[in-house]
Design a protein around this ligand. Structure first.
Ligand code: MSP
Length: 531
């Protein structure tokens, strides 16, 4: 039986089509899913859309559509972008689905039966964009939300049902103490801890004057707060299509989730409210929450409500999915903020993918056609000394890349792979096989070319979760006929057989050299998001 790994992206609001921020989280999650599949895991990768609440209701109204029609249209836009970005999700969870409703009802009942829900009066400043009450001290001048700086918050004073979050303060602190890696990176964990230590307040889980949502099961005059329902979308997604929508079924195989990937703006919901809700329902908690930073433009979060985002569809169409995936995984350390610049985007891709990797493969293949008959040089792999610079480095890469992926340090994976490419280029320049060939030293030529081709193969393998199409193209040029792009992995591609030195079979026929990554230029700047 293969080990299992389940992971989620947030379920995205459907107030507008996806922007580059949602694409960023989803690419990262896809990289993790692909990595674990190549390690031989059975993976359940969940994404989807969060479709209830005031924000969506208002957007649909403004567009003159029913909320459901609006949601259907935008959810389809998300799925279309994920196809273009080659996202290999296993489940697309929509919170308006009837099956989800059944799960929410059952979960609510458990929390209700546990005595953690009561009716009270809610007063406070509400940010509709965040769908969250804000503390007065958090607000910017003019009662504006610190995240959605161009939108004033709204004053609310209404009867709401509350969830007894305060009851879980000690249990949460105890959990954090015994699970030091529950929230990553560490700075985010500290942020959560200091928030909990300041004292937790109960939060309201229902709204009045809002129709677009599930009715509170015990009092249909109230509508369930969008976040209470949304977080449970992760659970609904675990159901098999033929299963009855019950909690027991949903939780039977894949719970607890191994990894929630989220942005820093939704940390408290995932690291405080969600664990407390699960504790109340008597369920085990997810294994880990990883919190990434924001993509920014001139230092400000790119977002739909600020209108300063990039159109991901245009970016992919202009530059290809692998280019977009590589740039964000390499250039933005996962966990930190990162600014986007199109010039930098083009420069990095040309330097890394077209030059360092693409050219290395191309020039080496040409030599293999010239000197070793278009075949992987037939050398004795075991005769390559352990101190051989490429072998040494390759062995280091194969030992360390898995840890980097498991820590979601994608930029480190890219650096490891690039290090191999750069050393390969340097090695070729220093060893000058073309001179050795002139001198008739054909054994040396064969060994040099083998080592470089093998280094390229290994780096393509290591990068496959990030740039699957490019890795596949490299493998094909090296004479393999493989598919890195299905969600079912060919066993020949598993890390056990590929992730080490000396795998390229001597004598394997090579393909004709052709550039695997075309140089890019900024034709016309990619337009900002049309939303
Ligand atoms: N619907 C909630 C999540 C519910 S999960 C049960 C939500 N949706 S969202 O569409 O507003 O945001 C989803 C994710 O996109 C968040 O993790 C958020 O951090 C991320 N991003 C939105 N803008 C972003 C950037 N500019 N940069 C990086 N990620 C950003 O919140």
């Amino acid at each position: 039986m293969s080990p299992r790994f389940s992971l989620t992206t947030p379920l995205y609001y459907v107030n507008a089509l996806p922007h580059i921020g949602s694409a960023y989280t989803t690419i990262a999650a896809d990289v993790v899913a692909r990595f674990y599949r190549l390690q031989g895991y059975h993976v359940r990768f969940i994404t989807g859309t969060d479709e209830h609440g005031q924000k969506i209701e208002r957007t649909a109204q403004q567009r003159g559509l029913t909320p459901q029609d609006h949601c259907d249209e935008i959810a389809a836009g998300f799925e279309a972008l994920w196809q273009q970005l080659h996202i290999t999700y296993d489940r697309f969870s929509r919170t308006t689905s009837p099956r989800h409703h059944a799960i929410v009802r059952e979960f609510f009942q458990r929390v209700w039966d546990n005595g953690d829900i009561y009716l009270g009066q809610q007063q406070g400043w509400y940010c509709v964009e965040c769908e969250e009450f804000k503390e007065e001290r958090e607000l910017l001048e003019g009662q504006r939300c610190p995240i959605h700086v161009n939108r004033p918050v709204e004053w609310r004073d209404e009867r709401n049902y509350f969830f007894r979050l305060s009851t879980y303060q000690d249990a949460l602190l105890a959990y954090y103490a015994t699970h030091p890696d529950f929230v990553q990176p560490r700075s985010r964990r500290n942020e959560v801890l200091s928030f909990i230590e300041q004292g937790l307040q109960d939060f309201s889980i229902s709204r009045v004057n809002l129709d677009w949502g599930f009715p509170v099961p015990t009092d249909p005059e109230h509508t369930l707060y969008v976040w209470f329902d949304a977080l449970l979308g992760y659970v609904t997604a675990l159901l098999e299509p033929e299963q009855e929508p019950t909690l027991a079924n949903a939780l039977s195989t894949w719970w607890p989730i191994n990894l929630h990937i989220i942005g820093k703006d939704i940390l408290r919901f995932h690291a405080i409210s969600w664990p407390a809700m699960l504790m109340s329902a008597g369920l085990p908690l997810p294994e880990q929450i990883f919190v990434h930073g924001f993509l920014t433009k001139n230092g400000q979060k790119m977002g739909k409500s600020l209108g300063n985002t990039l159109d991901p569809v245009a970016l992919v169409q202009q530059y290809s999915a692998d280019a977009v995936r590589y740039y964000f995984m390499k250039e933005v350390e996962f966990g930190r903020d990162g600014d986007f610049s199109e010039t930098r985007f083009v420069n990095i891709l040309n330097a890394d993918l077209a030059n360092d990797i693409g050219n290395l493969l191309n020039r080496t293949l040409k030599m293999a056609w010239k000197y070793t008959g278009g075949e992987v040089p037939a050398i004795d792999i075991h005769a390559i000394a352990p101190e051989h610079p490429l072998r040494q480095l390759a062995e280091h890469v194969s030992q360390s890349y898995g840890t980097a992926y498991r820590r979601l340090a994608f930029h480190e994976v890219c650096q490891l792979a690039l290090g191999l490419a750069r050393s390969g280029n340097k090695f070729l320049d220093e060893e000058a096989p073309w001179k050795r060939a002139k001198a008739g030293e054909m054994n040396a030529v064969a060994e040099i070319l083998y080592c470089v081709l093998e280094a390229v193969r290994l780096l393509a393998y290591v990068l496959a979760p990030i740039i699957p199409h490019l890795s596949e193209a490299i493998y094909q040029q090296l004479g393999y006929s493989v598919n890195f792009n299905g969600s079912v992995i060919d066993s020949a591609l598993l890390a056990d057989s590929q992730a080490h030195w000396g795998v390229l079979p001597a004598g394997q026929p090579l393909s004709q050299p052709a550039p695997v990554f075309q140089k890019l230029s900024v034709l016309a700047p990619v337009p900002s998001d049309p939303n």
